[in-house]
Design a protein around this ligand. Structure first.
Ligand SMILES: NC(=O)c1ccc[n+]([C@@H]2O[C@H](COP(=O)([O-])OP(=O)(O)OC[C@H]3O[C@@H](n4cnc5c(N)ncnc54)[C@H](O)[C@@H]3O)[C@@H](O)[C@H]2O)c1
Ligand SMILES: [Fe+2]
Length: 387
């Protein structure tokens, strides 16, 4: 079959530091990037644990001053971004350091966009909407995870309409990503499970996405194998540093895969309970993942059979469709093993929310990358099934 014109980009941070002890290189890295005064952007939880202060000490040890902004809320908002950029400018900062999971990184991305471009964060929703690059930006990751330390997207809630805006640009990618598993040992079991299932969702959605290519495929399948083996162990014992390290690699690989291949129906749907009802991103994805895969199965059965194999399913003697179905069963089992709630109803989503959730999901940018065309009626039905 002849191929039509189709160019694949591959974007990740310029430098990625992985492994135990990577965070100790923060000060030297900030200095190398010309940092004189850093804004550390984090959330209240990590601030209260004293972790932001330790990061400030690491910077100061290398002669880089630091100011802490701990106002990145889970599912960060336009209000958080505006508050952060005010502090960045008033304090005379010239480098950004995000500390946390997707919420801290995304809030920092928004701050970086507004720091160097005239306008409000809402003006920059969409693809390549601003001209000036961000200040130097180091993302220290503490969940495994959203992959946001790798990606060229920021997901910010518009607080007027309770919809997640996506700001997408190669320019928004952090300059340096730090994935040090010692930063992840304190993550409680439920959050470890939720964020790990988010990473699995990235890997599977990227593998079947419209923009998948051999580079993203190998990262996605590699991530799936690591997650199936190591997520239950990280949930069982958060201090298992080997499991944390493997999960850090897995979420990074899944992030690199979906940054370039895209995600699909699961994310388009999961964004909505996140924005409208402030429900945790990973849990929404984990609940919706088997439903989204079942919907997509007929669009690319061989890909789902590959997912099954990566998940450790014995597919000998099965048809391609049967193998794909077994893979979806394996996803359900993994979710159950790590303690993910069985349905959206368990986390407070109600049947009366479905109309609005579906109306917003159909407009989500992620629908564009999904291998099967999505109709509004499909979304309503799947939300209902996932309740
Ligand atoms: N930009 C992207 O590419 C992308 C991709 C997927 C998701 N997201 C976004 O990311 C956000 C979710 O991020 P998340 O799932 O990483 O969670 P999060 O950043 O919201 O953090 C969740 C909670 O975990 C706590 N926490 C984080 N690390 C910890 C640690 N090491 N020890 C103890 N507590 C810790 C935080 O204090 C917080 O209370 C959502 O807004 C979602 O839309 C973005
Ligand atoms: Fe995600």
């Amino acid at each position: 079959m002849a191929l039509a014109d189709q160019v694949f980009n591959f974007l990740i941070p310029s430098v990625s530091k992985m492994g135990v002890g990577a965070v100790k290189q923060l000060g030297a890295t900030a200095k190398f990037l010309g940092g004189k005064k850093a804004l550390i952007v984090t959330d209240k939880g990590l601030f209260d644990l004293g972790i932001a202060d330790k990061i400030a000490e690491l910077l100061k040890a290398d002669g880089v001053e630091a100011v802490i902004f701990s106002g990145a809320e889970p599912n960060p908002t336009d209000l958080n971004v505006r508050q952060g950029v005010k502090i960045y400018k008033e304090s005379g900062c010239n480098i950004l350091v995000s500390l946390g999971g997707g919420s801290s990184h995304d809030c920092t991305k928004g701050i970086g966009v507004m720091a160097n471009n005239d306008g409000d964060i809402r003006d920059f929703a969409g693809i390549d909407t601003f001209a000036n690059p961000l200040p130097p930006f180091i993302a220290i990751n503490t969940t495994a995870g959203t992959g946001s330390e790798v990606t060229s997207f920021a997901v910010i809630t518009n607080t007027d309409i309770h919809v997640k805006m996506i700001v997408a640009s190669a320019r928004i990618t952090p300059t340096v990503a730090i994935n040090d598993p010692t930063m992840m040992v304190g993550l409680p079991a439920a959050l470890t499970a939720a964020t790990g299932m988010d990473a699995l969702t990235h890997a599977i959605e990227a593998y079947v996405a419209n923009l998948a290519n051999p580079v993203t495929d190998s990262l996605a399948l590699g991530a799936i194998k690591l997650i199936v083996e190591w997520l239950p162990q990280a949930v069982a014992n958060g201090e298992n540093l080997v499991a944390r390290d493997k999960m850090a690699y897995a979420e990074y690989m899944a992030g690199a895969a979906f940054n370039n291949a895209g995600v699909g129906i699961v994310h388009a749907m999961a964004h909505q309970p996140g924005a409208l009802l402030n429900k945790p991103h990973g849990v929404c994805n984990a609940i919706l993942l088997p439903h989204g895969c079942a919907f997509n199965l007929i669009a690319c059965p061989q890909k789902f059979a590959d997912v099954a194999v990566a998940m450790g399913v014995n597919t000998d003697g099965l048809s391609t469709m049967e193998a794909g179905e077994k893979g979806i069963e394996a996803i359900r089992k993994l979710s159950k093993d790590v303690g993910i709630p069985a349905g959206l109803g368990e986390i407070g989503v109600q049947e009366s929310d479905i109309e609005r959730l579906a109306d917003n999901a159909i407009k989500d940018l992620c629908c564009f990358f999904n291998p099967r065309k999505i109709k509004l009626e499909d979304l309503k039905r799947i939300f209902k099934e996932a309740l």
